[in-house]
Design a protein around this ligand. Structure first.
Ligand code: AMP
Ligand code: MG
Length: 439
């Protein structure tokens, strides 16, 4: 693994006291590597897990050319022969889904066919039954028994090759059906089942330890002494981490005490792949968090050019031969969430070996003026909704203080105001990142 120092020393314009968001993310991406460890699981248990190797299709899906409609299968030469007029074909039998019918129509003949049934040899086209007229021969129509009747339809009601599903059009034998790094979704489980695959190799789950620091923090159930606050960060972190399907080690609240902090960081490091703390990393903080973090490893302290979420510690700590990635997040509840989504999430995905595209940004109009200075990235909390004219527009969720957790709770998106961007006038376009899919 590359050291933080070696990554940072390659940057010409590195300024840890005003680090742009993009540069922080580049450094993190360069330092973080996927963990090793693979396990084999049944496909139902593979939902949300990261595929550890490509799955190559062992068969063609579908296995045969088959009909996409209920109708009549025939060779498209009959269409050219009719040259725009009517086609009349003799029906030689019925092809049902799931049977090897073996019907082989000759020129001038068709096979009544059901959706999913194997296309008869020589046939390339299906005329849906609603475009046809059946003409019974002899004693009228008998349901089920089609042999002996004829079917008639306009030659322009269908084109050659219509309503035929080709063998292997869904998945071709020998081709990768799913790529390693894929976080398995419901459709993927079905796709694996369609290949008859019962188990897949996935990356082992990531273990993430987290705790809160600060003498003012109280846990639920404890009395709230004067000047104290309940620890909320551990709960938002629990929720955000659960959505990433990692194994959690919740280490509670750790006092601002060097021995307690060192013990907690060492234990976290020895039991987890990544450690996330909140609080105690701001400059001028009268506590020991920074000092202990620095003593335990290769850790750097940043002031990121962003709002909220300015102070952050990042690096790697070591204890008794174990290593772990460290994210020291700010203490303020909104800053914790913003830094998690914009730095930690992608880093953890990378550690899991998950191949996940960055969340898409949508460009919509701002319903109001927004004040913003160039030189930092802002993640204001927004509510995206349709305006009076039916167009999507976004407004801010009231107070944007980094301690106002209600702003996250009420919002359904971040309004992402880029590093160089200045203020926004009402009606101007802005970029938003939806919480749905992110949270
Ligand atoms: P700090 O970064 O430690 O200076 O904390 C900044 C602010 O966030 C202070 O007002 C803290 O009381 C508050 N804070 C820190 N940790 C937590 C937490 N776990 N839950 C709620 N508020 C917190
Ligand atoms: Mg503190």
């Amino acid at each position: 693994m590359p050291s933080l120092q070696s990554v940072i020393s390659c940057l010409s314009d590195y300024d840890p006291s005003a680090l742009p968001v993009a540069q922080a993310n580049r450094i993190i991406a360069d330092v973080v590597e996927p963990v090793s460890g693979i396990e084999q699981v049944a496909i139902r248990a593979a939902l949300d897990r990261v595929l550890a190797e490509d799955v190559v299709s062992p068969l063609d899906v579908p296995a045969h050319d088959n009909s996409a409609m209920d109708g009549y299968a025939f060779a498209s030469a009959a269409l050219q022969a009719a040259s725009g007029g009517e086609v009349t074909l003799r029906v030689i039998g019925t092809a049902l889904a799931g049977e090897a019918h073996g019907l082989v129509p000759a020129a001038g003949e068709a096979v009544r066919i059901m959706t999913g049934a194997v296309m008869p040899a020589g046939c390339d086209t299906v005329i849906p039954q609603e475009f046809t007229q059946r003409v019974a021969q002899g004693a009228g129509e008998t349901a089920g028994d089609t042999a002996g009747e004829t079917v008639r339809f306009a030659a322009d009601a269908v084109r050659a090759g219509d309503n035929r599903r080709l063998r292997g059009e869904d998945l071709a034998r020998g081709k990768p059906a799913l790529k390693q790094g894929r976080v398995l979704q419901p459709a993927d489980l079905g796709l694996l089942a369609s290949l008859g695959i019962a188990e897949v190799k996935v990356r082992r789950r990531l273990r993430v330890a987290f705790f809160s620091t600060g003498d003012e923090l109280r846990s639920i159930g404890e009395p709230l002494d004067a000047g104290c606050v309940y620890d909320s960060n551990r709960y938002t972190l629990h929720g955000m981490l659960r959505r990433l399907h990692v194994d959690l080690i919740d280490m509670g609240v750790v006092r601002d005490d060097p021995a307690a902090l060192e013990a907690a960081l060492r234990s976290a490091c020895e039991n987890a792949d990544a450690v996330i703390t909140s609080g105690g990393v701001s400059v001028g903080e009268a506590d020991y968090t920074r000092q202990i973090m620095a003593e335990l490893g290769d850790v750097t302290f940043w002031k990121i050019a962003m709002r909220p979420g300015r102070p952050m510690a990042f690096g790697r700590i070591a204890s008794n031969g174990h290593q772990a990635l460290l994210f020291g997040l700010p203490g303020n509840p909104v800053a914790v969430m913003v830094t998690f989504y914009h730095f930690v999430r992608a880093a953890l995905h990378r550690m899991m070996g998950a191949d996940i595209a960055p969340p898409p940004l949508m460009r919509v109009r701002s319903a109001q003026a927004i004040r913003k200075k160039p030189g930092r990235t802002e993640y204001q909390r927004g509510i995206l909704a349709r305006g009076a004219d039916g167009q999507w527009e976004v407004r801010i969720t009231g107070q944007q203080g980094s301690g106002v957790l209600r702003s996250m709770s009420e919002a359904n998106c971040f309004i992402v105001l880029g590093h160089e961007q200045g203020g926004v006038a009402a009606g101007d376009p802005v970029e938003v990142m939806l919480f749905e899919g992110l949270l």
